[in-house]
Every structure is written in C-alpha cells, then in structure tokens.
Design a protein around this ligand. Structure first.
Ligand SMILES: O=c1nc[nH]c2c1ncn2[C@H]1C[C@H](O)[C@@H](COP(=O)(O)OP(=O)(O)OP(=O)(O)O)O1
Ligand SMILES: [Mg+2]
Length: 211
C-alpha cells in the first residue's frame, strides 16, 4: 500500500453534515485518502461538559487523539442568537431535548422567536476547531459568521440550523435573501464559521503532518 493512502488525520465528529464540510475544507492541505472519520476506531463516549465551544472542542480532540494515536481535528459549533443572549450556543445540538434532532431544534427556536421583529433577529454561527496530537499538543481556530433568523424554514441543503439562518454575506444582489440551506456547498464554505476556524488551523495541520 502506498504511504499516501495511510490514514494520517482523524475528523472526530459524529455529525455527517460537519464531516462532509470538514473534508471539503481540508482538501487543499491534506489528500482526501489521508483523512478518515471515527469509524474503525474505538473511542470512549465523550461527554461534552465544557462551558464553551473551546472547551468542548478541545475535549473531543484530545480524548480522540489519545485513544487513537493519530492527530485529530474536532469541531464544536452552534448558533448564538442575539436576543436570546447567545443561546442555544453550546446547547444547539440538544436544544429541543433530543440530541441531533435538527428539525425539532430549529422549530423550537422559531417558536421562541415568534414575537421578535425582523430587526432584532440577528444571530451568528460560531465554531472552534481544535487540532490535537497524541502527545497532547493542541491548536485552536475560531470562526464566526453573522446573519439573521428566518420566520420559517427555507431550503433543504446543508444540515442543522441552516434552513433558519440567513447569512449577511454571499447573498445575490437581487431577489429574496437565501438561507444557508439554499447556498451551494461552495458558497457556504466561502464564508462559514467552520471554514474560518479551519483556515486558522491549516498551518498547524500542515506542520503536524510533515513532522
Ligand atoms: O454549519 C452549520 N449549519 C447548521 N447548523 C450547524 C452548523 N454548525 C453547527 N451547527 C449546529 C448543529 C448542531 O445542532 C450544533 C453543533 O453541535 P456539536 O456538539 O458541535 O456537534 P454534534 O453534536 O452535532 O456532533 P459532534 O459533537 O460529534 O461533532 O450546532
Ligand atoms: Mg456534539
């Protein structure tokens, strides 16, 4: 087997939407065949009991790197709504009470904002991506994208809260503002919180893989 097909780095996420985006975002610095997901590795269940995206991202990355012996990238992210004081924030994945129930999560958010006027519906996606080595070194990157919450879901691309988030950037000049679920993958990857967090990590990823 040629060296280049050996797994070199693990993406420590159980979220398939994130996984697809992370793979695309790393394509320019790591050959696709060197990037693997968690399947095939035995990693203990990780309790995300940190109080910030940074803490949870570091937890996921360091525990996975230690358990597998490979460098790991983890992503902790969520939607922070201005009028809710930054909620759902780190609780985004289980806002409705059921972890990963995307539709229930965003429907609850829309219901909570039902009386909030358009000009007060500002929000941002935040992401902290952490690179951890098996030796315990960590590097973190942070990314933010601003936008507003819709009054009803729009579009069926993307994942998570994408149908209810209208980014400020990347809109067409004419026409109705589009949600992230109506952006192409390339359009989302050009401005997303995840893309910005990974951009800050790329030098460290290259250095780790070449050492
Ligand atoms: O680009 C995004 N577009 C839409 N929604 C998003 C995005 N980025 C994060 N989100 C939402 C999904 C989930 O409700 C929460 C992340 O929670 P978070 O714990 O980081 O991820 P997770 O539990 O889904 O997977 P894992 O921990 O295995 O990486 O924020
Ligand atoms: Mg999670």
């Amino acid at each position: 087997m040629p060296m280049s097909s050996e797994p070199r780095i693990i993406l420590a996420t159980k979220n398939q939407g994130k996984l697809a985006e992370l793979r695309q975002l790393l394509a320019d610095v790591v050959p696709a065949e060197q990037i693997v997901d968690l399947s095939g590795f035995s990693v203990p269940d990780i309790v995300e009991d940190g109080v910030s995206f940074a803490e949870n991202s570091a937890l996921k990355a360091t525990i996975t790197a230690k358990a597998t012996g490979l460098p790991v990238i983890a992503d902790d992210s969520g939607l922070c709504v201005d009028v809710l004081g930054g909620a759902p924030g780190i609780f985004s994945a289980r806002w409705s009470g059921t972890h990963g129930a995307d539709r229930e999560n965003y429907e609850l958010l829309l219901a909570q904002l039902s009386d909030v006027k358009a000009e007060h519906r500002g929000a941002e996606f935040r992401c902290v991506a952490t690179l951890a080595t098996p030796e315990g070194a960590t590097t973190a990157g942070v990314g933010v994208v601003r936008g507003a919450i819709t009054t009803a879901p729009q579009g069926d691309g993307g994942f998570g809260y994408d149908p209810v988030f209208i980014p400020d950037e990347g809109q067409h000049l004419a026409g109705t503002p589009r949600s992230f679920a109506e952006y192409t993958a390339a359009e989302k990857n050009a401005i997303s919180h995840r893309a910005r967090a990974l951009a800050e990590l790329k030098d460290a990823v290259v250095a780790t893989l070449s050492s």
